[in-house]
Design a protein around this ligand. Sequence first.
Ligand code: CP
Ligand code: NVA
Length: 312
Amino acid sequence: MKGKDLLSAADLSREDIQLLLSDTEELKSRGCSSFLSGKVLALLFEKPSLRTRVSLEVAMYQLGGKAIYLSPAEVGLGKRESVKDVACVLSRFADIIAARTFSHKTIEELAEYSTVPVINVLSDFEHPCQALADVFTIYEKKGEFKDLTIAYIGDGNNVANSLMLISAMCGINFRIASPKGYKVEESILHLAQTYAAESRVEVLCCDDPQTAVKGADAVYTDTWVSMGQEEESEIKRKAFKDYQVNSELMSLAKKDAVFMHCLPAHRGEEVTDEVMDSAASVVYDQAENRMHVAKAILLYMLGGLEVQLGYR
Ligand code: CP
Ligand code: NVA
């Protein structure tokens, strides 16, 4: 990893990702251990969460450590107290911090002043832990990454950014279809295309969901209205109305294609009940894998599974 923190998918090298995925597999088969006995994780959240909070709390518990959840109201990040002071104080108590912030700048500032590792567990720009769980789920379902294609339908948001980067690094073809005005940022697309060229795969950004989904191995979508964008709900719902993942769209993908969603899903908007509840849907496996991947990330950032097991 480039620094002590995991703020962006781009902080990970191909080797980091490979190690994290194999550690996840190992940890998933092991269940409980005392690898992080005595270690404390601070969970600093500016936004709501189900999966991220619970997966991290359970991961720490099952590794013998402790997680302390700090709600938005409690800390008042940047309001009750400066981001710098929160980072400096938490570093004196916790061994690692997982933060969910509105602005990506806030998490960068936290990391700048924290003396312990900081993990981005969703900012307005990236969601790297989700993307790691997603590629792990694909690996479990398909057995390898070679010749696979992910089609992402919808908003060029935090989830899309991290997934695009990690897929390109893993050697998975990535196609994204978004309406005008909601495409992934040029800087992320450019970086993903650089990774893709190194991995000899392709990253395609287009307008048309059908073009993206044709022959894909995994069809992925996320909410049209991310946390913090509630005021734009009406405008976004109109812009995305032709971007729903339904059975008709899924029928263009490979016969054995999986349907993926980071959740929470808005059934009837970005995805129909029929697709969410179909045999192709792996959304609850994805959610469970957040916990197994969280264990691998926590261990990796606090010394590594190899230290605990005495190998590598
Ligand atoms: N996928 C995800 O991050 O879910 P939560 O917002 O519930 O944590
Ligand atoms: N893009 C969504 C992801 C939720 C896990 C959001 O930021 O709200």
